[in-house]
Design a binder for this molecule. Structure first.
Ligand code: ADP
Ligand code: MG
Length: 508
């Protein structure tokens, strides 16, 4: 009986160990780091256990412990399984292919993995071992890898943060992408090298942040999360197997610039943000919080906000014994959340994201120069999120409501001023090329180009601008489907234009 119990326990341990090992092996590019750890640079072994007992407590041991911790975190994110239905629903074709790379390999595939040094770097160009490349890759449209980034053009520095540097490059003279790698001149490496004097180990420590981000970009799929296109391991700065990730390109978010754009575009940023937070709160990994929420962790892609920096994301939900354990602290405000009967701080991750969305985005972008009839609703959204009265489900529902009111033109029905269309003479297929004046916030830097719901709203705007003597309806629309209109200070020179309609104010 006792022997049977021991056998069962040993079986459990073995299957847990094998499960962990399999998952670890399928972290993209993990085998590179694994090979590196096996003998090349013992200092990088990653496990404090690999160091002699007498080193325990030394600086080298401390660094190895940190590497180990980061590595274990990556494994946790890689292992965390989604409920099958949720995962299927969220996967898009590109991510499907990326995830295929992470499918468990058969033992025979692993057996043919070459020893370090035998495979030329080119053979490894997709960032997986040649054994890994066997997995259906030939059948799938290719994932981007080293081969694709060897001959890039139009290299342009985009930005850097604490750990990474990002460049815009053009692949194959056609596709513009972002390349992200650990910044050797950045604060993270600099501080680590100052403390531990071990560049290679410091690189490994920092690179786990990039690996974590890559795993998260692969596992979290949403229109407001940047897409991972591929990755490449190559030798660089005398360090073997440095990692570069290849992602969708965006433009760094500039708050000052955003403050100068139209309310419609600023509202779009807030809407993308709450849609993202809604996804993160219900993600296949559980509720994800972004610990570093500063605007620079996001980029803009075609007017939408997308998160790029995921190395500070977390799925840990704090455990508690009483409400006082569920304390969230912000520079200007603190909150105490309820501790659930299961001993977890309720919705802590979701609420942290929401308050950050309020303090970094909503207060600046939502109410300012909004259509007056939408102001009460927008003020309510700002107040409710600032007080953490609502969860993300309610917040996203309210912002979608604003979108509906705006898109459908219902928001105009409350206005008291009734325009008289007869005061304007319509000239079809005609435009006024010059006679511009400036207004704010214009979609054109030299003229006054604004979006309108309909002709009545255009007339209302013209009536409110003292310079306005005419306006030209274009065939261009904004993201909500509203028409763009040029407002003009005169109509002395009218030219034929089949795509436009001109309205001239009739005075007298
Ligand atoms: N895909 C991208 N397109 C354009 N700019 C980007 C992209 N990814 C990051 N950036 C810019 O690079 C900066 C650094 O990237 P980030 O991942 O935040 O690095 P770190 O972890 O060091 O903060 C960001 O603040 C952002 O401005
Ligand atoms: Mg950053």
């Amino acid at each position: 009986m006792r022997r049977r119990r021991i056998a069962v326990a040993a079986g459990c341990c073995l299957s847990f160990f094998l499960g962990t090992l399999l998952n670890v092996l399928f972290i993209p590019g993990f085998d590179h780091q694994q090979r590196q750890r096996s003998g090349v640079t013992p200092a990088l072994a990653g496990s404090p256990l690999d160091l002699p007992e007498e080193d325990r407590g030394s600086r080298r041991w401390e660094l190895a412990r940190q590497i180990r911790e980061r590595y274990e975190e990556v494994v946790r994110y890689q292992q965390h399984r989604a409920p099958a239905a949720a995962a299927r629903r969220l996967v898009r074709p590109l991510e499907r292919r990326l995830m295929d790379l992470a499918q468990p390999r058969t033992s025979s595939e692993q057996a043919v993995r070459p020893e370090k040094g035998k495979a030329p770097p080119q053979a490894d160009s997709r960032g997986v071992s040649p054994a890994g490349a066997k997995i259906d890759l030939a059948l799938e449209p290719p994932l981007l890898g080293c081969r694709d980034i060897h001959n890039v053009t139009h290299v342009h520095y985009l930005g850097s943060g604490y750990t990474k540097a990002v460049y815009k490059v053009v692949l194959n003279r056609t596709l513009a992408v972002a390349l992200k790698s650990v910044d050797f001149g950045g604060h993270d490496i600099e501080n680590c090298v100052r403390q531990y004097a071990a560049l290679e180990a410091c690189y490994r420590l920092a690179s786990y942040k990039l690996v974590k981000e890559m795993v998260l970009l692969q596992r979290l799929q949403h229109a407001n999360i940047l897409q991972l296109y591929g990755y490449c391991y190559q030798d660089s700065n005398d360090i073997p197997d440095t990692l570069t990730t290849i992602t969708e390109l965006g433009s760094p978010l500039e708050m000052i610039q955003l403050l100068q754009t139209s309310w419609e575009d600023r509202f779009r940023i807030c809407l993308s943000l709450v849609r993202l937070l809604h996804y993160l709160a219900h993600s296949p990994l559980g509720s994800v919080t972004l610990l570093d929420f500063r605007p620079r962790q996001f980029v803009i892609v075609d007017g939408e906000l997308k998160v790029t920096d995921l190395d500070d994301a977390s799925i840990e939900e704090s455990s508690c014994t009483s409400n006082s354990d569920c304390f969230i602290e912000f520079p200007a405000r603190n909150f105490t959340l309820p501790c659930s009967v299961e001993g977890r701080c309720q919705n802590m991750n979701e609420k942290r994201n929401l308050y950050n969305a309020y303090r970094f985005f909503f207060t600046y972008l939502l109410p300012h120069s909004a259509p007056p009839s939408l102001r009460p609703l927008l003020d309510m959204i700002v107040n409710a999120t600032g007080e953490l009265h609502w969860g993300i489900d309610e917040t996203v529902a309210q912002l979608e409501r604003v979108l509906h009111l705006y898109k459908s033109g219902i928001y105009l029905q409350n206005t008291t001023w009734m325009p008289k269309a007869a005061d304007y003479q319509q000239i079809p297929d005609a435009a006024i090329p010059d006679e511009n004046y400036r207004c704010w916030p214009s979609y054109h830097h030299k003229g006054c180009l604004l979006s309108v719901f309909d002709i009545n709203e255009a007339i209302e705007i013209c009536e409110n601008h003292s310079q306005c003597k005419a306006f030209v309806l274009t065939n261009q629309t904004t993201w909500t489907g509203r028409q763009l209109v040029f407002f003009k200070m005169g109509s002395n020179h009218i030219v034929p234009d089949p795509d436009k309609i001109t309205y001239v104010k009739v005075t007298g």
